[in-house]
Design a protein around this ligand. Structure first.
Ligand SMILES: [Zn+2]
Length: 173
């Protein structure tokens, strides 16, 4: 499964695709969507609340992405932000990039994959051919090197796509 770097790039990609003309270089919007791309892994912390495993479960799903989109839309409306619907849709899509990237990643911890279609299904989904290596959760030197290599690979795959989209958006504006 990708690192926070790969996931943030996924969220930034949604920002670049969905930004309005004046929003492409809006740091607040880019930070929000980049952060939402990485945020689903915060479910790792939920086990400190009840001792149960929640990682890659309901929070890594289409249902969670819809909830985040609706929540963002509501907050944007209440805060009288410009284009609240576009921001809500972008927020949900940024969350969804995390789910898709995790499905495309290798996983060495059961249950393998993510509960991508919750609440419609509790099945875990994972690609038979992983595009991204797994991220280790220990602090050994070997794991640090493995994670650095994984993050470099994610950047090599995702950053050129982000750059191409930004250049394309710049040319159109
Ligand atoms: Zn994840």
């Amino acid at each position: 499964m990708p690192s926070p770097i790969g996931h943030a790039l996924g969220g930034l990609l949604v920002h670049a695709v969905s930004a309005g003309r004046a929003e492409l270089w809006n740091r607040k919007r880019a930070s929000l969507l980049g952060g939402l791309g990485a945020a689903p892994d915060l479910d790792l912390l939920l086990r400190y609340l009840d001792g149960s495993h929640h990682h890659r479960a309901e929070g890594h799903s289409l249902g969670a992405a819809i909830a985040v989109g609706v929540g963002t839309w509501l907050a944007a409306r209440l805060g009288r932000s410009a284009r609240p619907t576009a921001l809500g849709v972008a927020a949900g899509c940024a969350w969804l990039t995390h789910v898709v990237l995790d499905v495309l990643g290798s996983d060495s911890n059961p249950p393998y994959g993510v509960m991508a279609l919750w609440p419609f299904s509790r099945r875990y989904f994972i690609s038979p051919i992983p595009l991204f290596p797994d991220i280790g959760r220990t602090l050994t030197l070997a794991t640090v090197w493995q994670n650095a290599a994984a993050a470099a690979w994610e950047t090599a795959v995702l950053f050129p796509i982000l750059l191409a989209v930004v250049c394309w958006r710049e040319r159109r504006s």
